[in-house]
Ligand binder design. Structure first.
Ligand SMILES: C[S@@+](CC[C@H](N)C(=O)[O-])C[C@H]1O[C@@H](n2cnc3c(N)ncnc32)[C@H](O)[C@@H]1O
Length: 303
């Protein structure tokens, strides 16, 4: 198994740590190259997509996400990875020449520029301005606190500076590997339900929706502006059933509410009749290091 193309953004809920568990549960037909299409409608940083695209001979990929900035980055990588690498290299050289205080200022200046240009951006039609923006997003993602991409209610990127010693800003080799895989992919911005038009019995769909918060105070749903609440989880479960009726192979992951409340049967009820497996993830849910530990995640498959 190779994994030479890796996620190029750090993303909340990234699946790198669960990859082995997910890989072991992929449908045999996908592994054998017997399915025509791979669909991932909550693609995020794409850890599972990269793994599948590197290792199995699927012909077509359909990737989408509600977050327009994420989709913009993928489209730029696919359309013009060399220009993106040039822009990022320029930023990287400039950044590493600066003293720590000036690096911090450079981060906040870039963040302000990024937020100021958002309103003028046409995310549907490729424009040369996208290249500079994708470079800004990758730079901010690599240098911000915790490497998250979080926007506030008005759509502004609001994560503070991360003070990392040597952040990897431009990983040219990986960006080229990602670009190679994306050539075969359709990449769209939008709600998960839009993928319905490409799903048939010759398709595998992997769903990785924003986690259902494990407690009232957990903030695992802070990905995009729209909250993914219990009503959204229910709508997704109905969608899962509709695609199951078409004969597609389906996998879905989520956090396990039983981690905090053993009586919580939310997902057992939503996905009654499907196979629910509990796997342990090295995800950290406690801010106190000594109390951190592996917690369970759910994997729901229809095979
Ligand atoms: C758990 S993350 C995906 C993590 C991803 N598997 C990875 O490895 O990084 C969930 C993603 O769902 C997206 N999202 C939120 N609501 C959505 C919706 N209604 N339709 C599609 N995507 C949505 C978020 O922007 C976020 O990227």
């Amino acid at each position: 198994m190779t994994n030479s193309a890796r996620p190029c953004l750090k993303w909340a809920g990234g699946k790198t740590q669960l990859l082995d568990q997910i890989a072991a549960r992929l449908p045999a037909e996908l592994r054998a190259g017997k399915l025509a299409r791979y669909v991932e409608p909550f693609v995020g940083s794409g850890a599972v997509f990269f793994f599948v695209a590197e290792n199995f001979p699927t012909r077509e990929y359909f990737l989408s996400d509600l977050n327009p900035e994420l989709v913009l980055v993928y489209r730029v990588i696919r359309a013009n990875v060399d220009a993106l690498i040039a822009a990022l290299t320029k930023i990287e050289r400039k950044y590493f020449k600066l003293a720590p205080d000036a690096q911090k200022k450079f981060f906040y200046d870039t963040r302000a520029k990024f937020n100021a240009t958002r309103a003028h951006l046409d995310c549907d039609n490729f424009q040369p301005e996208w290249i500079a923006r994708a470079a800004q997003i990758i730079f901010l993602n690599r240098t911000c606190y915790n490497g998250l991409f979080r926007v506030n209610a008005r759509g502004g990127f609001n994560v503070p500076f991360g003070s990392y010693k040597n952040p990897r800003i431009c990983d040219a080799e990986n960006l080229r590997a990602v670009a190679r895989l994306l050539q075969r992919a359709t990449i769209e911005q939008g709600d998960f339900a839009a993928c319905a038009r490409v799903v048939d019995r010759d398709t595998f769909v992997y769903f990785d929706p924003p986690y259902r918060p494990l407690s009232a105070t957990a903030s695992f749903t802070a990905y995009a502006r729209a909250e993914f609440d219990d009503a959204a989880q229910r709508r997704l479960a109905e969608f899962y059933r509709a695609l199951d009726a078409r004969g597609a192979k389906l996998m879905l992951s989520n956090s396990d509410p039983k981690n905090v409340n053993p009586d919580d049967d939310f997902f057992e009820q939503l996905y009654a009749g499907f196979r629910i497996t509990r796997v342990s993830a090295a995800r950290m849910i406690n801010s106190v290091a000594s109390k951190r530990g592996a917690i369970n995640e759910l994997i729901v498959t229809n095979y």
